[in-house]
Ligand binder design. Structure first.
Ligand SMILES: [Zn+2]
Length: 262
């Protein structure tokens, strides 16, 4: 894990990339800040998390880091130990954690639940939606509840790298570390609450027919697995849905619960 600080004093703001080793956008955005070292009004901790996985170009070495929190100092896997170390670094920090997906080209935020931080920060980010994960075991929120995760676009794309860089600047402006450039706030960001996964049977070829965040109605064909249709049992909004993004699930169902200003 690489940790650097911008500015003087004990940081209460953190930006983390490389929680997943095969998502270079966040790593590049953090490394760029480490190199540029902009003048900050409040100290900022910069973290490249899973260097071993990044070196291998793999999501993780032994276990998904974002399912390994709170972790343990003497844990049995690299990621369980790393989760503990990262938790120590992020204690008391308002944190931006950068990710990318195989499911969506734009940006959206994930929080455990919408509280003051999300209401304050999210309207100032170039995101399309806010997703509440609820209490999902093992995620970063277990150690750093004041975290906003942002999915920056398609894994490995140049757009995701540009998005990551932009959202870091926006987050640092929203938290008072960089000057507020007076960018307009988004008025009606939609909020979705994550529900059950959409299971995926073992098959060679998968296809997805619905768009993330756009309502699917019961009876609609969501996807196929080797030509076998997967039918929606009830109305929902898909989130993180893609043909090949996860091994056992296509993605998740979600409910649209309103907007951030509700
Ligand atoms: Zn990720």
């Amino acid at each position: 894990m690489r940790v650097e600080t911008l500015g003087d004093g004990r940081p209460e703001i953190a930006v983390v990339g490389g929680i997943h080793g095969d998502e270079p956008a966040g790593v590049r955005a953090v490394e760029r800040l480490m190199a540029d070292r902009p003048e900050v009004a409040r100290p900022v901790k910069l973290v490249v998390a899973n260097e071993e996985a990044i070196e291998r170009g793999e999501r993780y070495v032994e276990a998904d880091l974002n399912r390994s929190f709170p972790g343990r100092a003497d844990g049995r896997s690299h990621e369980i130990r790393l989760a503990h170390e990262l938790g120590e670094e992020l204690r008391d920090c308002v944190t931006l954690a950068l990710h990318t997906t195989q499911s969506y080209g734009g940006m959206f935020a994930l929080v455990d639940e919408v509280r003051e931080l999300a209401r304050e920060v999210c309207p100032r980010l170039s995101i399309d939606a806010v997703v509440e994960t609820g209490h999902a075991e093992g995620r970063i929120f277990e150690v750093a509840p004041e975290t906003v995760e942002v999915e920056c676009g398609y894994q490995g794309s140049d757009t995701a790298t540009e998005n990551a860089h932009r959202v870091v600047r926006e987050f640092l402006a929203a938290t008072g570390a960089l000057p507020d450039e007076g960018a307009p706030r988004q008025a009606d960001l939609p909020v979705f609450r994550l529900g059950d996964p959409v299971p995926k049977a073992a098959a060679e070829e998968y296809e997805v027919f619905v768009e993330n965040f756009e309502e699917v109605v019961a009876g609609e064909t969501i996807a196929t697995a080797d030509g076998e249709p997967v039918i929606a049992e009830e109305d929902f909004h898909p989130v993180l849905l893609s043909a090949y993004g996860y091994e056992d699930v296509f993605g998740y169902t979600a409910e649209r619960v309103g907007t951030l200003s509700d």
